[in-house]
Design a protein. Structure first.
Length: 317
């Protein structure tokens, strides 16, 4: 089904119709990725964030997760309202936060401030992972029910990969042979994930671009974890991949600080290293399935990591 793409003026009219009041909107999301539209909405009664989802499933995951976090100590934006419009596309409203994304300000911070932020990131992720043990693996609907419940992770994992793998096989891409080798390596090792017996809430995109920071006593501190549109009951080890791929290589102190914070609330599984290469390889194949033209720098980072894992991993068959 084709998806209606709305202009800024069209979205303003839609939001005004939902709220039944005049609004002014300002784009604040990564709209070029074409997953969703995010706006700061100004009204006479106050300001908030409005998020419209282009792709099915994203809204349900985020809404259900924000509900789960409502009474937790995890720092997050609060859910105000949600619903559907157009082609039954989901939308939500949440509180507007004071601050800015961590990745937008990283280069302006001292190393000490950065280390403290990474430690706090670890703390918040530990809280998320310890929030609940689920009965099954898979994505959630807005009401907390599973879209499809999986008893074992390997089946959920391969089903989740189907679209990206199909896209790589069918599309023209510059490194197709390497990506197909990576897919086959993933398929050969997927059954090892059945060692994971406890589905934990997993953010699935945990990185500085989804961390909001604000100023406090001349330091930047973590204000909220954002963007739970990919979150699901899964193997919590998958949540370390974005940081290991892009952040920790620039400074080993960031990794040390992060895991110091994480271990205050959660522990690393005994299969942490066994599964990390598989999750990392899977993440990078997923990135390469869409990023070559939309985010070429990210594509190169992911492709180089794939080559490294294929050439050197001792944790994969």
């Amino acid at each position: 089904m084709s998806v209606q793409r709305y202009s800024r003026l069209e979205m303003q009219a839609i939001i005004q119709n939902i709220l039944n009041k005049p609004v002014t909107i300002l784009p604040i999301g990564n709209h070029e990725l074409r997953r969703h539209l995010v706006y700061k909405v100004k009204t006479e009664d106050g300001d908030f964030v409005f998020k419209y989802y282009y792709q099915n499933g994203y809204g349900g995951r985020e809404i259900s997760t924000l509900k789960l976090l409502e009474n937790s100590s995890v720092k997050h934006a609060k859910l105000i309202d949600y619903g559907t419009f157009g082609q039954d596309r989901e939308w939500l409203m949440m509180t507007l936060l004071d601050g800015m994304p961590f990745d937008k300000i990283k280069s302006h911070l001292t190393e000490d401030n950065l280390i403290r932020l990474y430690e706090t990131m670890g703390e918040e992720l530990g809280k998320i992972h310890e929030l609940k043990v689920f009965d099954h693996f898979g994505s959630l609907k807005e009401n907390g029910d599973f879209v499809k419940a999986y008893d074992n992770l390997s089946n959920a994992f391969m089903a989740n990969n189907a679209y990206a793998f199909k896209k790589i096989y069918e599309d023209k891409c510059s490194a197709k042979d390497i990506l197909i080798m990576a897919i086959k390596k993933i398929e050969q090792n997927a059954d090892t994930l059945d060692e994971v017996k406890e589905p934990r809430l997993t953010h699935f995109d945990y990185s500085p671009r989804n961390i909001f920071v604000h100023k406090e006593n001349d330091q930047r501190t973590l204000g909220a974890v954002l963007d739970f549109e990919l979150a699901r009951p899964w193997d919590k080890n998958a949540d370390f991949c974005h940081l290991i791929l892009r952040d920790f290589p620039e400074n080993p102190s960031f990794e040390t600080a992060f895991f110091k914070g994480y271990k205050k609330y959660s522990s690393l599984d005994h299969n942490f290293h066994r599964h990390l290469d598989l999750h990392m390889l899977n993440l990078c194949v997923g990135v390469c399935s869409w990023a070559e033209h939309l985010a070429p720098n990210y594509y190169e980072i992911a492709l180089n990591k794939i080559i490294q894992i294929l050439n050197s991993s001792k944790n994969l068959k």
